[in-house]
Write a protein that binds this ligand. Structure first.
Ligand code: CAA
Length: 261
């Protein structure tokens, strides 16, 4: 298979109702070039629309999760070239992915890779994972949401140090500052991500989608508007069969079987 024909994003079933998206360009440390970005977008659009998929795990092949945007592909670009790429529309698809997304960060998550991980709802980091926004070292700045998502995740003073120095931090430091959910030994990364995904996939999908939507949308709204959004979503869930099933199962002292409606 030639390099051009080899897909750089692989989608497979990880468990019932759980899909795995693996960025598979290890020779370039999974750097995001145009083909990889397009393949990622296509995968997220497809998985978002597939009613059988309830949770997605995102990881990378080899030493890197994603080493950032592809520098070779950007080095000689002009501002009009960069504008014409309209990559913000591609990132939007991942940001608005309606189902729980778990990043299983297996190695370097730098630049656009750290930004990609921050698009997830939960980040499980292998002990050898490394995080950073090193764009400053190559004359640019984070351009896929990093300035905003990092500051919201870890606060101004940790975020500014990372962005202004380009420092790369290890998984334990990322955990300390709140950039990841948990750190696990390298060999246990996929097992842990899968276990968490399976646990979440057993929970009612409509309520999961509402939690994600309200939490993320509400983050940027005034508190009263965010609370109103929460209230309406909470009330709406009483129209679902899964609410009847969840509460009925509790009262009957049996395990619920959620259907996603
Ligand atoms: N773009 C293009 N190619 C990359 C790449 C990137 N971001 N990262 C790694 N590669 C390539 C290397 O050029 C090298 O290719 P060749 O074999 O053809 O020379 C190959 O991957 C292996 O790389 P290394 O030999 O450097 O591997 P390493 O294991 O020693 O180091 C690394 C790994 C620490 C990730 C290092 O490659 C590195 O620092 N990469 C760049 C990280 C970076 O600056 N990312 C930010 C990009 S800008 C951005 O992301 C903008 C944005 O906000 C969207």
């Amino acid at each position: 298979m030639t390099e051009a024909a080899k897909p750089s994003v692989i989608v497979e079933d990880l468990a019932p109702h759980v899909a795995l998206v693996r960025i598979d360009r290890p020779e370039a440390r999974n750097a995001l070039n145009a083909e990889t970005r397009a393949a990622l977008v296509e995968a997220f659009q497809r998985l978002g629309a597939d009613p059988d998929v309830r949770v997605v795990v995102l990881t990378g092949t080899g030493k890197a999760f994603v080493a950032g945007a592809d520098i070779k592909d950007m080095a000689s670009r002009t501002p009009p070239d960069m504008m014409a790429r309209r990559t913000h529309l591609q990132w939007q698809v991942i940001a608005q992915f309606p189902k729980p997304l778990i990043a299983a960060v297996n190695g370097f998550a730098l630049g656009g890779g750290c930004e990609l991980a921050m698009h997830a709802d939960i980040i499980i980091a292998a002990e050898s994972a490394r995080f950073g926004q090193p764009e400053i070292k190559i004359g640019i700045m984070p351009g896929a949401g990093g300035t905003q998502r990092l500051i919201r995740a870890v606060g101004k003073f940790k975020a500014m140090k990372l962005m202004l120095t380009g420092a790369v931090i290890d998984a334990h430091e990322a955990d300390r500052i709140g950039l990841v959910t948990e750190v696990v030994p390298d060999a246990e990364l996929m097992e842990r991500a899968k276990a968490l995904a399976v646990e979440i996939a057993g929970l009612p999908p409509v309520a999961l989608a509402e939690i994600k939507d309200v939490a993320l949308t509400g983050e940027d709204l005034p508190l009263a508007a965010a609370l109103a959004l929460e209230r309406k979503a909470f009330q709406l869930l009483f129209s679902t069969e899964d609410q009847k099933e969840g509460m009925g199962a509790f009262l009957d002292k049996r395990s619920p079987d959620f259907k996603g409606r």
